[in-house]
Design a protein around this ligand. Structure first.
Ligand SMILES: Cc1cc2nc3c(=O)[nH]c(=O)nc-3n(C[C@H](O)[C@H](O)[C@H](O)COP(=O)(O)O)c2cc1C
Length: 301
């Protein structure tokens, strides 16, 4: 997730309980293949502890996918995921991401170019049920015919953004189509899942091979841990996690990223205890690690 699942947060999540696979933030293939590459490449920085790690990329030019995929192989990624799901207006108006559901010819060229560049590492696609309207059968069948390793289906169209509940009955259709085709492509379902219990329920009711959790991580960074939840932590342990996250952000991004990016995470750690709201108000005023440390120290007194 953009500005969320960077190397810093992935390491924090890993320390709470690792998922089976991590994905990077999405990265533009145009941006990566431009003179601004170094800045764009912050999205794919990683450490060994974040494996297995899949780099997610987007764009609308097959040749840029080919070149980017070659670089990602050299960088040691475990897989490459093509984003055909982002619904954001400024992106889809260029024909990228979820708009590709209405342009299968280009989508197919992109997948083939990416696979050629990726050589032996797996290429997957993450998408939605359709662009303006649901066309689950037609679109997923087309994607499955491209011989991809994994198809992640988010159970909404671009038009629906996040405004309606994810439609898991449509995701089940994708599983059924895959089964009828008799192919090996794994199906991952995505949308509104916030716990491991729900992951198992979706697996049982739809037959998906896996479930992707996005925003659930904001409710509980321990979401992938079967034995622990943030609700079981003492206030001190929660504040320790907040400090660990802030210190790691400062160490990795201190000079290059805006400190304000960190503020969206504070609610994860500072919620559901007496004084949490007041403490959060103080934390939101902070612009540096030193200030966060001071606010936390004052609270602990
Ligand atoms: C802040 C934010 C950033 C996101 N960035 C990405 C992204 O870079 N790539 C991607 O495939 N999906 C991205 N998504 C979509 C999520 O991966 C996921 O498909 C969506 O939130 C629905 O799943 P969920 O209910 O588990 O969150 C983003 C979502 C949010 C809220």
């Amino acid at each position: 997730m953009e500005d969320v699942t960077d190397t810093v947060f992935r390491r924090i999540v890993k320390s709470c309980g690792a998922p089976d696979v991590f994905f990077t933030e999405f990265m533009s293939t145009d941006g990566y293949m431009s003179p601004g590459k170094d800045r764009v490449a912050r999205r794919i920085e990683y450490t060994e502890e974040e494996r297995p790690l899949v780099a997610q990329i987007w764009g609308n030019k097959p040749e840029k996918y080919y070149q980017t995929a070659q670089e990602l192989v050299k960088l040691g990624f475990d897989g490459i995921d093509i984003n055909m799901g982002c619904p954001v207006h400024k992106i889809v108006k260029k024909g990228c991401c979820s708009a590709l559901a209405d342009n299968p010819t280009l989508a197919g060229e992109i997948i083939q170019a990416c696979k050629e560049g990726a050589k032996d590492i797996p290429v997957s696609v993450k998408t939605r049920l359709g662009y303006r309207t649901k066309k689950t059968e037609e679109w997923s069948k087309f994607l499955l015919e491209q011989d991809i390793a994994v198809l992640t289906m988010h159970g909404r169209t671009q038009k629906e953004m996040s405004k309606v509940p994810a439609d898991w009955s449509e995701i089940k259709k994708v599983v059924d189509i895959r089964n009828e085709m008799g192919i090996e492509t794994l199906i991952i379902g995505n949308g509104d899942v916030k716990s491991l219990e729900e992951v198992h329920e979706k697996h049982t009711t739809t037959g998906v091979d896996g479930v992707m959790i996005g925003r659930g991580i904001f409710t509980d960074p321990y979401v992938f841990n079967p034995d622990k939840s943030i609700m079981n932590l003492t206030i001190e342990e929660r504040l320790d996690l907040l400090l660990r996250h802030t210190r790691l952000f400062n160490e990795i991004w201190g000079d290059v990223k805006n400190f304000a990016l960190l503020k969206k995470f504070f609610k994860i750690y500072v919620s559901d205890f007496e004084g949490a709201v007041e403490l959060r108000v103080e934390l939101m005023k902070c612009d540096s690690l030193a200030q966060v440390e001071e606010v936390v120290a004052n609270y602990a007194q």
